[in-house]
Design a protein around this ligand. Structure first.
Ligand code: ADP
Ligand code: ADP
Length: 223
C-alpha cells in the first residue's frame, strides 16, 4: 500500500521576489519504505518534507496521505539540531514524544526507557542535553520520534551535524530501527553516499526549482 502519494506538487514562496521551490513533483512512498531525498542545497528537499508533514501547504497539486489513523500524530519529525528540550532530562525528552497517546505516566516511562535503550543511552536517563555530546542529543531526538508511535518518520538532515564516526554509527542504528519497526521513513540529505547507504528508494532532485531527476530503487536488505 501507499503511505504518501505526491500528486503534481509545486510550491512557490510568495514575497518581494517569489521563489519557486518545487515544480511538478510526482512521487509515491510505499508504506514501510525508507525514502531518501537527495539533492543540492536549496533544491526544495526541506520544503517537500514539510509539505509531507503538513507543516507547509503546496501551491499546486496535493498529497494524499494514507497512514493508519489513531490517537497519535501521523508523522514524527527529527531535525538537524535543536531537537531536544534543554530543560528536560533524557527520560523526560523521550517520554514527551508520547504525551499525545493516552497512556499513564508509569507506562509512558517504561516505554521511554525501552527507546532509550534502543538508541544506546541507558544510564543517561537523568542527564540533561548540555551534558551530552551532539550525537547523543541526536539519539534522544530519534528515540523520541520512534516513541511517539507515529506511523511515519520525517527526518531533515538528522545526521548532518555529527562527526564522521558518530554519523556512521547512527546510520547503522537508523537502518536497524527501521528494519525492526517498518515505519514509513523519509530522510532528507545532501549526501548521496548517505542516501545510498540508508534508503530503499532514493529520490534525486535537481537544483531549484526542485524537480525529480531520478528515482533509484535499492534492494533491501542489501545483497
Ligand atoms: P533544501 O532543503 O533543499 O536546502 P529548501 O526546501 O530549504 O531547500 O528551500 C528551497 C528554496 O526555497 C530555497 O531557495 C529557499 O531559500 C526557499 N525557501 C524555503 N523556505 C522559504 C520561505 N519560508 N520563504 C521563502 N523562501 C523559502
Ligand atoms: P536547510 O537548508 O537546512 O533546509 P535553510 O537554512 O534553508 O534550511 O532554512 C531554514 C529555515 O528558514 C526553514 O524553515 C526555511 O523554510 C526558512 N527559509 C529558508 N530560506 C528562506 C527565505 N529565503 N526566506 C524566508 N525563510 C526562509
Amino acid at each position: 500500500t501507499t503511505a504518501f502519494e505526491i500528486d503534481d506538487v509545486s510550491k512557490v514562496f510568495v514575497g518581494k521576489t517569489p521563489v519557486q521551490a518545487l515544480a511538478n513533483i510526482n512521487l509515491e512512498l510505499r508504506a514501510g519504505s525508507f525514502t531518501c531525498i537527495v539533492g543540492p542545497s536549496g533544491c526544495g528537499k526541506s520544503t517537500l518534507l514539510r509539505i509531507l508533514g503538513d507543516l507547509e501547504t503546496a501551491t499546486q497539486g496535493r498529497v494524499i496521505t494514507n497512514l493508519p489513523s489513531s490517537n497519535v500524530p501521523k508523522s514524527a519529525f527529527v531535525f538537524q539540531e535543536h531537537g531536544v528540550f534543554p530543560w528536560f532530562n533524557v527520560l523526560q525528552n523521550v517520554a514527551f514524544g508520547e504525551q499525545m497517546a493516552a497512556v499513564g505516566k508509569r507506562e509512558r516511562e517504561e516505554h521511554a526507557r525501552h527507546w532509550i535503550s534502543e538508541v544506546g543511552l541507558t544510564g543517561f536517563e537523568q542527564a540533561y542535553p548540555h551534558q551530552l555530546s551532539g550525537g547523543m542529543r541526536q539519539r534522544i531526538a530519534i528515540a523520541r520520534a520512534f516513541a511517539t508511535g507515529s506511523p511515519s518518520l520525517l527526518m531533515d538532515e538528522p545526521l548532518g551535524a555529527l562527526d564522521a564516526q558518530t554519523r556512521m554509527l547512527m546510520q547503522e542504528q537508523l537502518v536497524r530501527l527501521w528494519e525492526a519497526e517498518r515505519k514509513t521513513v523519509v530522510l532528507v540529505t545532501h549526501a548521496i553516499e548517505e542516501a545510498l547507504l540508508l534508503g530503499d528508494q532514493i529520490v534525486v532532485m535537481s537544483a531549484r526549482p526542485g524537480r525529480i531527476k531520478e528515482i533509484i530503487d535499492v534492494p533491501f536488505p542489501r545483497p
